[in-house]
Design a protein around this ligand. Sequence first.
Ligand SMILES: Nc1nc2c(ncn2[C@@H]2O[C@H](COP(=O)(O)OP(=O)(O)OP(=O)(O)O)[C@@H](O)[C@H]2O)c(=O)[nH]1
Ligand SMILES: [Mg+2]
Length: 304
Amino acid sequence: MTDLVSQMLAGDRLALTRLISKVESRSPDVLSIMSQVQEKCGQTWCIGITGPPGAGKSTLTDKVISQYRQQGKKVGVVAIDPSSPFSGGAVLGDRIRMQDHAGDDGVFIRSLGSRGSHGGLSRATREVVKLFDAYGMDVVIVETVGVGQTELDIMEIANTTIVVLTPESGDAIQTLKAGIMEIADIFVVNKADRDGSLLMQTELKAMLELGAKRSKWELPVLLVQAYKNIGVDELVKSVSQHREFLNQSESQIKHNRALSEVKEIIQEEVMKLIQTEVEQLKSQPITNPYLEAISIVKKLTPQK
Ligand SMILES: Nc1nc2c(ncn2[C@@H]2O[C@H](COP(=O)(O)OP(=O)(O)OP(=O)(O)O)[C@@H](O)[C@H]2O)c(=O)[nH]1
Ligand SMILES: [Mg+2]
């Protein structure tokens, strides 16, 4: 086992930080690091929090952290901003909203931007969650803005996905379009202090009644005021219920996840091989792209 991994497993925060940086920058030793880390995983419950910009995800995350800290649980947070080139630390807004936990040893907050990860943001996120898991975090929260495919992929990592909406705008409809509805395990109508929140709750419930059911799980639609810490305890209870539900029923989900993980890892590794080959072609003329491609495929495929 590499020194860094054993230091991290022994509780060294700095080692954890350095491993996260390696994962984020897709360092060549990520595969071997993660295969060691994987052995120590399996304790964490990963909660995804997604929703439109400004819905109150970070405020909610902050309050959820507090709830788990009161239960004596350790919490890791990955704040994802796919559009942001910044990484390697908390973005300012999140830092301000989560500053209550700054000096707390049982909390570790890290943001991931798109810069370091070269399109492998989903895999990098999954691996940071695993690092937190091996480090001994009981709960890991992944916060991301729900807009594109990358965010949907990221939410696949979570065991329980919370979709945060607000009474304003056509949030619900837009969210439906983006496919977020399918990944939600719990809906939160945040900013319930504002007009239209009850209506929003009713509409969402009606939509859920109409839609095809994915499983026997009854999707809760909770009214929350994150900034005033109202309804957050209910939310944390719902997460526990969802966890119990999954543990009892759907072991197939686990296997499917492991399958898609294997696929994701192979894709990235094979992509690297392809890029190396293409790089070599840059300095020479190509007369027949098919012949070039065929010879590269032959080279990359073991001959029988
Ligand atoms: N009225 C009201 N405002 C809230 C509530 N919860 C959060 N806010 C405010 O909503 C604003 C956005 O909150 P954030 O927590 O940054 O939202 P976010 O979803 O993390 O935002 P992005 O990460 O930028 O997408 C802040 O000004 C919060 O104070 C609430 O329950 N009621
Ligand atoms: Mg935020």
